[in-house]
Unconditional design. Structure first.
Length: 179
């Protein structure tokens, strides 16, 4: 048990050191990552559990209708498809915005790190590489972190958008017009 606790503190210390090396912008990227993954996890849970029930309910409501051939019935069908798909697409624009914001925050980290490098150069000159190392790490680590978060979010966001498109098409195919 003591080994496990020591390992836990060791990991926490390594994360803290990494965050300190990356500077204050890295904390903002971590907050963005937390928000992004919260939205992604919520959408994955909805897709895995609630969406099937929503699709089944919409199809059952459609099949229970007596009139499925009139213009009015077609409009109701389109509305049911749109409402079901909209529930699946909920929060996808927010996820997309967060994915786009992550590399920009990484770029902000690059700029602030380079400003620190230039400050050190103006004080100590460019002959001391050790004094430049902290600024360079504050310039590169947030960039890397922003890109990693953005790429992971981009993959899942694209997958969720594709699933929403496929689901919309499948719902439309399953809601037949004939009786």
């Amino acid at each position: 048990m003591d080994n496990l606790l020591a390992d836990y503190y060791s990991v926490l210390e390594a994360v803290r050191d990494f965050m300190d090396m990356g500077g204050p912008v890295l904390y903002w990227i971590a907050v963005l990552a937390l928000v992004l993954w919260t939205f992604l996890f919520e959408r994955l849970l909805y897709l895995g559990f609630s969406h099937r029930r929503a699709v089944r309910a919409a199809i059952d409501r459609w099949m229970a209708r007596k009139d499925r051939k009139s213009w009015y019935a077609h409009q109701i069908r389109e509305r049911m498809i749109s409402e079901t798909a909209a529930r699946l697409e909920k929060n996808l624009p927010i996820i997309k915005a967060l994915v786009m914001l992550c590399p920009l925050m990484g770029l902000l980290g690059t700029v602030t790190g380079m400003i620190e490098v230039f400050e050190v150069m103006s004080i100590s000159g460019s002959g001391n590489p050790r004094s430049l190392a902290a600024g360079v790490s504050k310039a590169t680590i947030p960039t890397m972190a922003g890109m990693v978060v953005a790429l992971s979010g981009l993959f899942l966001n694209t997958w969720l958008q594709r699933k929403a498109q496929i689901s919309r098409e499948e719902i439309g195919e399953r809601m037949t017009f004939s009786k």
